[in-house]
Design a protein around this ligand. Structure first.
Ligand code: NAP
Length: 279
C-alpha cells in the first residue's frame, strides 16, 4: 500500500472531480457465492437472486434432497451450482464447506450466512442443550464460515459477507429469547468482522428480515389470528417473500456496495418504525 492509499481502496488525496464519476456494477458475472441455508426459504431466495445477477453458486444445508431441488432452480437460470451438505453447527464441517466451495470454483467472492433455527418457547423451559444448539447454528457457524472465507477472498482482492440477521437486531418479542440472543450476537459479529476485514476489501454487512412466511414461521402464520395480528403492525400490510430480499442481497454482494460495511439493511415492510411492535 503506498502512502497515498488507504485500506480498502485507493485514495488520490484530492477531491475527485465530477467528471471522474464512475458507475459501479451490480453485475455478479464471474463471481462465486456460497450460501448456507440455501436449500429453501430465504437462503434459497438469496441464492436465486445472486444467480440471476450472474454468480455461480455453492449451496449448503443439512437436507440433501432440498439442496438437489434448489440446485435445479439455479441451473434453470443458467448458472453453475455445487451442493455441499453441511451442519453449520460443526466448526470443522464449516471449514470443509468453505474450502470445498472455493476449491471447486477456484475461488470465493461472496458468503451468505443464512442458515438459522428458532425455538419458540418461554425462557424458563430452555435447556443448556437448546442454548448450545441455537448459538452453534445461528452464531458460531456464521463466524467460522467468515473466518474460513477470508483467505479465499484475500486471494481475489476482496469479497462480500452477508449475514442474515433479523428485525430482532433491534427489538424483542416474547418466547424467542435464545433466537434473539443469537441474532444480537450476530449484529456485533457483523460490526467486528467489518472492522478487521476492511483492509482486505472485504465488506461485511447484514440483512435483517422482518416477518417472512417460510417453513420457519409456517406454524405461526398458519393460525389466522396470529397472521392477522402480525400483519396488522406491518405498514406494507403483508409478510415478506423471498423475492423481497433480492434487491438488498444483490446490492450487498456487488461492487455497488464497495464502501458499505458493518451495516444492516432492514427489509421489514416498515415494521421496525411502526411504534407498536405487538405480534
Ligand atoms: P427456513 O425455511 O427454516 O430455512 C432455514 C435454512 O437453514 C434451511 O435451508 C435449513 O436447512 C438451514 N439450516 C438449519 N439448520 C442448519 C444447520 N445446522 N446446518 C446447515 N443448515 C441449516 O427458515 P427461513 O425463514 O428461510 O430462515 C432463513 C434465515 O432467515 C434464518 O437465519 C432466519 O433466522 C432468518 N430470518 C427469518 C425470518 C422469517 O420471518 N422467516 C425473519 C428474520 C430472519 P436444513 O434444515 O436442511 O439444514
Amino acid at each position: 500500500m503506498s502512502s497515498e492509499e488507504t485500506a480498502g481502496g485507493e485514495s488520490p488525496r484530492r477531491m475527485v472531480l465530477d467528471s471522474e464519476f464512475t458507475m459501479p456494477s451490480f453485475s455478479l458475472t464471474g463471481r462465486v457465492a456460497l450460501v448456507t441455508g440455501g436449500g429453501r426459504g430465504l437462503g434459497l431466495g438469496m441464492a436465486l437472486a445472486l444467480a440471476h445477477a450472474g454468480a455461480d453458486i455453492a449451496l449448503a444445508s443439512r437436507s440433501a434432497d432440498e439442496l438437489e431441488r434448489a440446485a435445479g432452480m439455479i441451473r434453470a437460470i443458467g448458472r453453475e451450482v455445487l451442493i455441499v451438505p453441511t451442519d453449520v453447527g460443526d466448526v470443522a464441517a464449516v471449514q470443509k464447506m468453505v474450502n470445498q466451495a472455493a476449491g471447486h470454483y477456484g475461488g470465493l467472492d461472496i458468503l451468505v450466512n443464512a442458515a438459522g433455527i428458532n425455538f419458540r418457547r418461554p425462557i424458563d423451559t430452555f435447556t443448556e442443550e437448546d442454548w448450545d444448539r441455537i448459538m452453534a447454528v445461528n452464531l458460531k457457524g456464521a463466524f467460522f464460515a467468515a473466518q474460513a472465507a477470508r483467505p479465499h477472498m484475500q486471494q481475489r482482492g476482496g469479497g462480500k459477507i452477508i449475514n442474515v440477521g433479523s428485525i430482532i437486531f433491534e427489538l424483542v418479542v416474547p418466547n424467542i429469547a435464545l433466537y434473539a440472543i443469537s441474532k444480537g450476537g450476530m449484529r456485533q459479529m457483523t460490526r467486528a468482522l467489518s472492522l478487521e476485514y476492511a483492509g482486505d476489501g472485504i465488506c461485511v454487512n447484514a440483512i435483517a428480515p422482518g416477518r417472512f412466511w417460510t417453513k420457519m414461521t409456517d406454524a405461526f402464520f398458519s393460525v389466522p389470528e396470529l397472521y392477522d395480528s402480525a400483519v396488522s403492525v406491518i405498514p406494507m400490510g403483508r409478510p415478506g417473500t423471498p423475492s423481497d430480499l433480492a434487491g438488498a442481497t444483490v446490492l450487498l454482494a456487488s461492487a455497488a456496495s464497495d464502501y458499505i460495511t458493518g451495516q444492516t439493511i432492514f427489509v421489514d415492510g416498515g415494521w421496525l418504525y411502526n411504534g407498536g411492535v405487538k405480534a
